[in-house]
Design a binder for this molecule. Structure first.
Ligand code: NI
Length: 170
């Protein structure tokens, strides 16, 4: 297992669209293991393969308090979502320290493959629903700040660039 580097916004690679996984094999299971290790080490609740510069449709999530309910979704698809939408404050490991409100469907039903390649469906609401939708956005090359206004997004971009310059200088 290995810790992977997490791409930092506004890295253009965060906007690549991920390709479907064609076979859930040892190679994919190794990626999943590394993604979990990276997500837990960074204290995140979710991570998309896009964020570690692997452009395949894989996301890992754990929204539990005890950090003991790992969920992997390969080739996830939303098969149903509620009309009711809810606003949540979101953050992202690719934008440390940046939080803002995003409105999304309150509950969803997702179909995906698990780490053995078996198809399953899961109903999610609350934080889990937010998290899965946020991570699925990454697979489409969308970061949560893409839901915000252009003005807000350009301010965040400037802040991230400034911080990256400071880190490089240090
Ligand atoms: Ni994110």
């Amino acid at each position: 297992m290995a810790l992977l580097d997490i791409l930092q916004y506004p890295d253009p690679r965060l906007h690549k669209v991920a390709a479907p996984v064609t076979a859930v094999d040892q190679r994919v299971r190794a990626i999943v293991a590394d993604m979990f290790e990276t997500m837990y080490a960074a204290k995140g609740v979710g991570l998309a393969a896009t964020q570690v510069d692997i452009h395949e449709r894989i996301i890992v999530v754990d929204t539990s308090e005890q950090r003991d309910q790992p969920l992997v979704l390969i080739n996830p698809e939303i098969v149903r979502h509620s009309d009711e939408r809810k606003e949540w404050e979101e953050g992202c490991l690719s934008l440390p320290g940046i939080y803002d409100k995003v409105t999304r469907p309150d509950s969803i039903r997702v179909r995906a493959l698990d780490a053995r390649g078996e198809a399953f469906e899961i109903d999610a609401d609350g934080l889990l629903a937010v998290c899965v939708q946020h991570e699925m956005d990454h697979l489409e090359g969308r970061v949560f700040v893409d839901h915000l206004s252009t003005l807000k997004r350009s301010r965040i971009k400037a802040r991230m660039r400034k911080r990256q310059r400071e880190t490089q200088a240090a």
